[in-house]
Design a protein around this ligand. Structure first.
Ligand code: NAD
Ligand code: TYD
Length: 334
């Protein structure tokens, strides 16, 4: 299979590229990535020598580039490329609309013109918004709360419209919160781990009782692989591992595993529009495609903590660059 991956230099995309290169000795991957602040070629150092992997620096919103690339006859496109952080979308929504909506439309147009047989849109549970009790199914209405989730919801609707109108074989996946190696330290788990390692306060928004359903990134990659091989065009698949917990409970576990004091927890002003709870019913992908998570939450979290302990150069370089300015903007005013 010849795959075009977008956003493959980010967190989930780079884990997916590595996973596919290892699992499928006859598959080829082209990775189109703009290398925004979140894109990092260091994430793929161990695969860049592979003859089955190729990197192209570019924007998914660049029509000419996308048109030129798609002349190379790909079997599938997997669209990971996105602005992905809720707090950044609250500071400035514009890049979220440009990449997440307009960029996706450019890829869909390319898929239409070149008859791409599979288009996987990597979406998120955040498009459903918050739920007090029970879990969202694929038929639940979309109620996004942040500019980030609104832009992802808009892209999902465009994808479904391109399927209905032009017959593009689009499949949408909506996964819950990921964690694992190479996650940019603006997201909660790597931020908490790296701050704790450095004995810095861990900012917990509001009362810390917001609930997220955590999944190890490789289980998400396995679900995407199953979707690529067996998913039905025009369908949406929720992907969740059923590890729901409050942010506070999660921080307690992380501090314990790092042997750090609870006094590092610092309650800060809540995020505007902060969704209280995410919860997914993922029975469709489990029964239809035979996928289920295989990593235990505790083992995967311990593995992730160890990865950050052993790869300080990776996150210290990030945290000492432009990220420091962002951190100041988001946290020092809280
Ligand atoms: P990330 O921010 O770590 O990586 C995004 C990547 O996209 C970066 O490499 C960046 O350089 C690239 N990119 C951004 N704009 C681009 C553009 N215009 N053209 C080409 N490349 C561009 O994000 P992530 O956490 O790896 O998320 C990947 C995808 O998965 C996103 O679509 C996100 O919405 C979705 N998702 C993420 C999670 C999560 O918990 N992280 C959960 C569910 C779904
Ligand atoms: P995040 O990793 O940003 O993912 P998302 O907002 O997409 O779910 O945040 C996970 C949860 O952690 C969310 O409820 C917000 C909270 N949070 C904090 O309490 N402090 C922080 O510094 C960050 C980044 C997040």
């Amino acid at each position: 299979m010849k795959l075009l991956i977008t956003g493959g230099a980010g967190f989930i995309g780079s884990n997916f590229v590595r996973y596919i290169i290892q699992q499928h000795p006859d598959w080829e991957i082209t990775n189109l990535d703009k290398l925004t602040y979140a894109g990092n070629l260091e994430n793929l150092k161990d695969v860049e020598q592979s003859l089955r992997y190729r990197f192209i620096k570019g924007d998914i919103g660049d029509r000419e580039l996308v048109d030129q690339l798609l002349q190379q006859k790909f079997d599938a496109i997997i669209n990971f490329a996105a602005e992905s952080h809720v707090d950044r979308s609250i500071l400035d929504a514009s890049p979220f609309l440009e990449t997440n909506i307009c960029g996706t439309q450019v890829l869909l147009e390319g898929a239409k013109k070149y008859g791409i047989k599979r288009f996987i849109q990597v979406s998120t549970d955040e498009v459903y918004g918050s739920i007090e009790l029970g879990s969202f199914t694929e038929l639940s209405p979309l109620h996004p709360s942040s500019p980030y989730s609104a832009s992802k919801a808009a892209a999902d609707l465009l994808c479904l419209a391109y399927h209905k109108t032009y017959g593009i074989a689009v499949i949408i996946t909506r996964c819950s919160n990921n964690f694992g190696p190479y996650q940019f330290p603006e997201k909660f788990i790597p931020l908490a781990i790296t701050n704790a390692i450095e004995d810095k306060p861990i900012p917990v928004y509001g009362d810390g009782l917001n609930v997220r359903d955590w999944i190890f990134v490789l289980d998400h990659c396995r679900a995407l692989e199953a979707t690529l091989e067996k998913g039905r065009a025009g369908e949406v698949y929720n992907i969740g591992a059923g590890n729901e917990m409050t942010n506070l409970a999660l921080v307690h576990t992380l501090l314990k595993s790092l042997d750090k004091p609870e006094s590092l927890i610092q309650f800060v002003t809540d995020r505007p529009g902060h969704d209280r709870r995410y919860s997914l019913d993922s029975s469709k992908i489990r029964t239809e495609l035979g996928w289920k998570p295989i990593y235990s939450f505790n083992d995967a979290l311990a593995f992730t903590v160890n990865w950050y302990l052993s790869n300080r150069h990776w996150w210290q370089r990030i945290k000492s660059g432009d990220y420091a300015k962002y951190y100041e903007q988001v946290y020092l005013k809280r």
